[in-house]
Design a binder for this molecule. Sequence first.
Ligand SMILES: [Zn+2]
Length: 109
Amino acid sequence: MQRRPPWLLIGALAALILLPGPTLRLLFGLAKGLSLLLLLPPLLAGVAGLAGWLWWRRLQARIKQCPSCGIPTMNTTTCPACGYSFVGTTPGGGDKNAPIDVQAETLED
Ligand SMILES: [Zn+2]
């Protein structure tokens, strides 16, 4: 079997020697395009994963646990299992805007 000379490689080398500027620019362009193609799917997967994670966190933040029976629910007014009313209760333990009662006191010993 007769081997054909690698004309493509020879042509590329000749182009590189004769026209280094445009050939290198073309090669770098190709490499950039290829690396972009290789990097894009993992990048998109990462963005999708992050979006999914944020969505899950927001969903979890909306879920609250019934203080009466303990089941998690997204219903904001009453518990679907036991009928406990959430109105008037603050989720997450404590009102953040409530003023803190501080009393100054001198200790004497
Ligand atoms: Zn309940």
